[in-house]
Structure formats: structure tokens, C-alpha cells
Design a protein around this ligand. Structure first.
Ligand SMILES: *[C@@H]1O[C@H](CO)[C@@H](O)[C@H](O)[C@H]1NC(C)=O
Ligand SMILES: *[C@@H]1O[C@H](CO)[C@@H](O)[C@H](O)[C@H]1NC(C)=O
Length: 225
């Protein structure tokens, strides 16, 4: 591969040429780290909108934080982001959102690189219980349950699944002495938060289409599936 640039090549074309050379080199040496670093560089150069420097999380000294809040949200995943956004519509309320992990890395923006984020510090690395009836092809019959330990939660490591609890879970909560937490009570709020985009489910009485939480099928289907 030709790494030495031609003197007459215009600069933008040169950058592209180097980038392709870089991809080629990293791929041929199998250097995943180099490949990811290259991707980060590409995003920095070509998609500063994704990097969104201005709105990145800032470190605020603990002394500067208020001593009390009207609401404390535990977890910084997609659902909590919707909740936080809704509560902050009332500017008189103070909300503390707690997340165990840090800010999302830039490569979060590339779903295909998801595997580079799994089983790292950004993942709680939970495993299912050993079982004799499922995950039988896995070590110790345990499947990985990827769960994001990062701002944006599991959506930031691109393994998010939209799954609601079972009707009986909520009804059990209500029956245990929590009026307002039964399935029929919470369903309208699930619907209000949801933007279901899957044809055939948009008309369902169990789904909403005008909320901030967009639900869709994965856009990439592997031919083997
Ligand atoms: C916020 O507080 C101000 C002053 O007490 C009050 O006038 C205003 O209505 C409140 N806003 C909301 C959304 O409650
Ligand atoms: C719902 O998702 C679709 C597809 O991504 C988008 O075009 C639409 O604006 C979303 N609606 C809302 C209310 O966010």
C-alpha cells in the first residue's frame, strides 16, 4: 500500500488517502485498538456534531452541588433521561440524576462497534443464572446480560432492548399496598413516553407513537439470521 503522498494531491484528498491507509494497516494487523482509535479520529474530524463538545458532561466539584433536591433519579439510561427531561420542564424543580458510570465514549455513535464496548468498564458484565434449560451452549450455561454502566445506559453500548415488565409485576406492587402502580395505572405512562415506529405495532392499544423514546427494530439484519 502506498503511504507516501503524491506531492500534487490536494490536502482533503490526502487526508482521505491516509485514513484509508490507516484502516488498511489496522485491519491487516488485526489491531482492534488501533481501529477504534482511528474511528474516533474520523468522527472527531468529520462529525463534530456527534462529539457535541459543548453539551458534554462537565466535572462539578461536590461542594458546588445543592444539599437537597426535589427529585433523585437513580440511573442515567434512556428511561431516566425521558423522566429527567419531563421533570425539568418545571424549572422550579431541582433534580439529581445519579449514574455509576461516566460519559459515553465517542464510538458509542457507531452501533457496529458495539462489541468494542462490551465486557469493558462500560458494561456491568452481568450474567444470567446458570441453567439446565437455556444458554446451554455457553460456559457454565450462563449468558452475558449486557448492561451499560455509562451515561445513556445500555443504549450507549448499543445493546438496548425495549422490554416492559410483566402485567403481574405491576399488579403485585399495587396489591402489596402501592395504589397507582398497577398495570392499568402505569400503561398510559409507558404509552406517553413511547414513539413506536414498527409497522403493525403503531396501532396497538399497548403502544404510543408521540413520546420521546423511539422504539424500532434493529436497522441491520445479518444475512445468516
Ligand atoms: C415557579 O415559581 C414561581 C415563583 O414562585 C411561580 O410564579 C411559577 O408559577 C412557578 N412555575 C411553575 C411551573 O410552577
Ligand atoms: C418517532 O420516530 C420517527 C422515526 O425515527 C421520527 O421521524 C419521529 O420524529 C419520532 N417522533 C417523535 C415524536 O419523536
Amino acid at each position: 500500500m502506498n503511504i507516501v503522498p503524491d506531492r500534487n494531491t490536494p490536502v482533503p484528498q490526502l487526508i482521505v488517502q491516509w485514513v484509508y491507509t490507516g484502516i488498511g494497516l489496522t485491519l491487516s494487523t488485526g489491531a482492534t485498538v488501533g481501529f477504534i482509535a482511528l474511528f474516533e479520529l474520523l468522527i472527531l474530524l468529520l462529525r463534530p456534531d456527534i462529539v457535541d463538545k459543548v453539551n458534554r458532561v462537565r466535572i462539578v466539584p461536590t461542594e458546588e452541588l445543592p444539599c437537597q433536591y426535589d427529585f433523585v433519579i437513580i440511573g442515567g439510561g434512556s428511561a431516566e433521561a425521558v423522566l429527567d427531561n419531563r421533570l425539568t420542564e418545571n424549572t422550579n424543580w431541582t433534580i439529581l440524576l445519579l449514574e455509576a458510570g461516566g460519559d459515553e465514549p465517542i464510538i458509542s455513535a457507531v452501533p457496529a462497534l458495539s462489541y468494542g464496548l462490551l465486557n469493558t468498564g462500560l458494561d456491568w458484565q452481568f450474567k444470567s443464572e446458570p441453567s439446565s434449560t437455556y444458554c446451554k451452549g455457553m460456559v457454565n450455561n450462563q449468558c452475558p446480560m449486557y448492561t451499560g454502566k455509562v451515561l445513556g445506559g445500555t443504549s450507549s453500548i448499543n445493546t438496548l432492548l425495549y422490554v416492559r415488565g410483566n402485567r403481574r409485576d405491576y399488579d403485585n406492587w399495587r396489591d402489596a399496598g402501592n395504589p397507582g402502580w398497577g398495570y392499568d395505572d402505569v400503561l398510559p405512562y409507558f404509552e406517553k413516553a413511547e414513539n413506536m415506529t414498527i409497522p403493525g405495532l403503531r396501532e396497538s392499544p399497548y403502544h404510543g407513537t408521540s413520546g420521546p423514546l423511539t422504539v424500532e427494530n434493529p436497522s441491520y439484519k445479518h444475512p445468516i439470521k
